[in-house]
Design a protein around this ligand. Structure first.
Ligand SMILES: [Zn+2]
Length: 405
């Protein structure tokens, strides 16, 4: 959530050139998209609905980037709903449980359309039944309030991944945001002994260790500690877009070696290193309007989104093309092979700042089209859209009996 505005300008960007380009047969990409199991590992719709006082079983077109019916239109088979609260909220653990309750309540109202799944077998069963397989991921280790026992409660409520940090560090793990701004960090970088204990406990109970948002030192400590494949639920390649929380080449290679998966974030500022400059110029042009909205105490993300919507065409023109997502996928594939990349959109966490043709979840089939145009085979597309994640998910599952269960 709210990766928006955490933009850091960078000096270098490698332009993407498509070598293999041919026109995908319209029918074939739709067929492949339909047949694939599309898993998106990061969507902030739950907290977005909380903030906007809406429910995602309503038609939220024009309000959010996703809702129950639009997931189906976009061909989304499995969605990990991110449970998010910023680092400043009191009682983040209770806030997390309330969001989880909302997801269960929504699923109970529509048993024919959505079901909560907690393992790969249930996921595949839901897909067969043509229901959205809903999963839960906690975004930010601060939500367990430094109590390792809370992992069990979250697990029993269906949580299957937790990012060790959000932008804020915890006392036991430092974040990418704070590691890269030493002035913000008041503790040694990386995982503390307690942090390592948390990683081992997540491995033991079957909760994926998510390394999106963590600082580099935390990343390496976690990679050394984990005995299961890791998930990077919503991040991009640093070489193409050098922002503080994208993955550097050695980190990408480490995830490949570990057997995990890196799921690509659709936030324009994490994909395109020149986007921040264009966006700033766009906002400067509408400064007067922005300032008057900010003066009414509206949240800054909502202000931006309001201006994006009002000057829709102008905003569209500064957004990167959809193909930039394929550039990041391609980059990772060339570095570590086809088995370690997937989709982690961050829809509804990036204030509408997504590439052209991807204003909402109904744009997903165009990603399949672009992958085919780039030369990816049907089998490769299946792996990227969901297969790689499902393999990682399965490898983390706890199949043995646990004490007390
Ligand atoms: Zn995030």
């Amino acid at each position: 959530m709210n990766d928006f505005y955490e933009i850091f300008l960078s000096a270098h960007c490698i332009p993407a050139i498509s070598i293999f380009s041919y026109n995908a047969n319209a029918q074939s990409y739709k067929r492949i998209h339909k047949k694939a199991i599309l898993v998106d590992t990061h969507n902030d719709l739950l907290s977005e609905c909380f903030e906007k006082h809406v429910s995602f079983d309503e038609d939220l077109t024009g309000i959010t980037q996703s809702d129950l019916n639009r997931f189906a239109k976009g061909g989304v088979d499995a969605q990990v709903f991110s449970v998010w609260c910023d680092g400043k909220k009191e009682n983040p653990y209770n806030y997390a449980k309330t969001q989880i309750d909302t997801l269960y309540a929504t699923a109970q109202r529509h048993p024919d359309k959505i079901t909560i799944v907690t393992n790969s077998k249930e996921l595949k069963k839901a897909v067969k039944q043509k229901k959205l397989a809903a999963m839960i991921g906690v975004e930010g280790g601060h939500m367990i309030e430094n109590d390792i026992n809370k992992l069990d409660t979250l697990y029993s409520r269906g949580v299957r991944y937790m990012t060790l940090t959000w932008n804020n560090s915890t006392p036991w793990a430092t974040s990418a945001m704070e590691e890269t701004h030493d002035s913000l960090l008041h503790q040694p970088k990386g995982l503390s002994n307690f942090g390592k204990q948390i990683v081992r406990e997540m491995n033991r109970i079957g909760m994926m260790v998510d390394l999106s948002h963590v600082g580099e030192k935390t990343f390496w400590d976690a990679i050394e500690t984990t005995n299961k494949p890791v998930l990077v639920s919503h991040s991009c390649a640093y070489t193409l877009c050098p922002v503080y929380r994208n993955l550097k080449d050695d980190q990408i290679k480490a995830v490949g070696k570990n057997g995990g998966v890196i799921d690509i974030n659709f936030y324009s500022a994490f994909l395109d290193s020149n986007y921040a400059k264009r966006e700033s110029a766009f906002m400067a042009k509408h400064k007067k309007e922005r300032d008057s909205l900010l003066a009414t105490n509206i949240d800054k993300d909502l202000v931006a989104s309001t201006i994006y919507k009002k000057y829709k065409e102008e905003f569209y023109a500064i957004s990167p093309p959809l193909s930039i997502i394929i550039d990041h996928i391609d980059y990772i594939v060339k570095l570590i092979g086809i088995d370690h990349v997937g989709i982690g959109s961050d829809f509804d966490g990036v204030s509408d700042a997504t590439p052209q043709q991807l204003a909402d979840v109904t744009g997903y089939p165009l990603i399949t089209k672009a992958l085919i145009e780039r030369g990816y085979s049907k089998k490769d597309v299946y792996k990227i859209l969901g297969g790689n994640f499902i393999r990682t998910f399965k490898a983390n599952e706890n199949t043995g009996k646990r004490p007390g269960y």
